[in-house]
Design a protein around this ligand. Structure first.
Ligand code: MSP
Length: 512
């Protein structure tokens, strides 16, 4: 089974902020989960380097667009290991191999008769690099996203015959009700389509920072088409000497924010159809992380620096918080206070303490070896079907809901500790068998939730599973095929007792 997941590629006119980390971590959780299912996974992220936003930012800084792109692409590339993203490749659209492949595909669109020359006249936002329709105008012809005045543009462009794809797109949406999720975004995209599609500019004549149109050297492709095609082009050169297109196209999942829905849910399938290529299987549209009630964005000046957050709380805490606090797919507010309270109440107390207490009790009462007895039949039903439920939810990219289900079991185990009170059982020789069962069941429950939590908290879970004799996982960044992490074994009672455990430092220490 092949699983191909992508993030949007990030504009290099900005420094990375939490919004970018968010899309990436979401995709990473899916990639890691599918590796646990033994699938052949390809996870792509990268940078969107052409077009007006980058050219304008470079001009403001007095450097060439390429210099700016090189400098900022590096910051995004460096973000990936910091947030523990397990991407298999990092694409940059200024790469010659990408550019050649874009030209090939769009030449096919031209050859198939879907491109013509025309005059574009209308409103344009240089920050969105987007031509706005009448419905997308803010008061006084402003951009609804950036709150800046739109520019009136008039230029000779090559046009893509989007209107010809109205009917094929409607059919696609009818035939594939799970193409776009959540449902509200599916409805939004479909109503954009049924509202009537007009042709769109495929090229720009007034900027030169882009991929040259092969049949007209005075024009470059409109940056959105160049950018969208990264999902397809990367497969042809990501692995030297190998073309992965056959194996991984069409993509299993594109993860993206709601602000770029139209491009991905309307333009993208249309251009693929025009080129005679298969359309992606699924798109998952997430909401915005809000700070002070507004979308976090560099241009609004209200960004939370992911590096700072990770320095204080650690990478796993950031990964956890973003998906626990805000339901993936919806907008939601985040705050430093929110970080602190979830860190303490949930990561440090509910999970971290459960882990250190369990291992400490096994060390103290059973010489550091998990008792080799059967698990508690009263606890087992609470874990029945959990791994399957998590798989089903993550098949739909319902990352927060899956985490909720796992967390219910973290809480269940905490209640079990209180109910069994192993420290009392330890005082009574006659209850030694009960203590064996309690410790074995706690260890087994902890192992199961840790395997399931692994995509969310990879570093922490590696440490914990290593301390539970599940192998030295930290040395395997990609974890593919590692048996201890396999979801086949994420069932309560699957792993035998009798194995040694080590004591563990706090997984989530107090924040200074
Ligand atoms: N370059 C385009 C994407 C091209 S994909 C073919 C772009 N880049 S971006 O850098 O502006 O944004 C990339 C992603 O970051 C989007 O999915 C966007 O929604 C996400 N986020 C940026 N700010 C965000 C928040 N405040 N909250 C959540 N995600 C947001 O668009």
């Amino acid at each position: 089974m092949a699983f191909y997941v992508t993030t949007p590629i990030y504009y290099v006119n900005d420094a990375p902020h939490l919004g970018h980390a968010y899309s990436t971590i979401g995709a990473d959780i899916l990639a890691r989960h599918h590796r646990q299912r033994g699938e052949d996974v390809f996870f792509l992220t990268g940078t969107d380097e052409h077009g007006e936003p980058v050219a304008l930012a470079a001009e403001r800084e007095g450097v060439s667009p390429k210099e700016l792109a090189d400098r900022n692409a590096k910051r995004f590339e460096d973000l990936m290991p910091r947030i523990n993203a397990s991407n298999d490749f990092f694409i940059r659209t200024s790469d010659e191999q990408h550019k050649r492949r874009v030209q090939e595909v769009l030449q096919r669109v031209f050859d198939n008769g879907h491109v013509y020359k025309g005059v574009y006249e209308g409103w344009y936002c240089p920050r969105c690099a987007d031509f706005k329709t009448e419905q997308e105008l803010g008061p006084g012809n402003t951009c609804l996203i950036h709150h800046i005045p739109l520019q009136r543009e008039r230029e000779d462009n090559w046009f893509f015959e989007l209107s010809a794809f109205q009917e094929p797109l409607e059919r696609l949406y009818r035939d594939r009700p799970d193409l776009v999720a959540p449902r509200t975004r599916y409805n939004e995209a479909l109503s954009f389509i049924t509202g009537g599609l007009t042709d769109v500019s495929l090229s720009r004549s007034q900027i030169s920072w882009g991929v040259e149109v092969p049949w007209d050297s005075n024009q470059v492709f409109y940056v959105w088409f160049d950018a969208l095609l990264n999902y397809y082009t990367a497969l042809s050169f990501a692995r030297p000497g190998e073309d992965l297109t056959e194996k991984f196209w069409p993509a299993s999942f594109h993860i993206l924010g709601k602000d770029i829905l139209k491009f991905h849910a309307v333009f993208w399938p249309a251009i693929l159809m025009a080129a005679g290529l298969e359309v992606p299987r699924r798109l998952f549209i997430h909401g915005w992380l809000l700070l002070d009630g507004e979308k976090m964005s560099k241009s609004l000046g209200n960004v939370l620096d992911p590096f700072e957050v990770m320095d204080r709380f650690g990478t796993d805490a950031l990964r956890f918080y973003c998906f626990r606090e805000v339901a993936f797919g919806q907008d939601g507010s985040i705050s430093t206070a929110g970080f602190e309270s979830r860190y303490e109440a949930e990561l440090a107390n509910e999970y971290g303490n459960l882990a250190s207490r369990t291992l400490a009790m096994i060390t103290r009462y059973r010489d550091g070896r998990i008792p080799d007895v059967a698990v508690d039949p009263r606890l087992a039903p609470d874990f029945d079907g959990l791994a399957e439920e998590v798989c089903e939810l993550l098949d739909r990219a319902e990352i927060t809901q899956a985490l909720d289900r796992i967390w219910e079991r973290v809480r269940r185990l905490n209640r079990y500790v209180e109910e069994q009170a192993p420290w009392k059982l330890a005082k009574d020789q006659a209850r030694s068998a009960e203590l064996d069962v309690a410790l074995r069941s706690l260890a087994e429950g902890l192992r199961v939730i840790t395997v399931l939590l692994h995509p969310y908290l990879p570093q922490t879970c590696n440490r914990l599973l290593s301390a539970m004799s599940q192998g030295n996982l930290s040395e395997r960044p990609h974890e593919a095929g590692v048996r201890a992490l396999s979801l086949d074994r994420a069932h309560f009672g699957d792993h035998p007792g009798g194995v040694p455990v080590e004591k563990l430092e706090q997984l989530f220490p107090k924040i200074p």
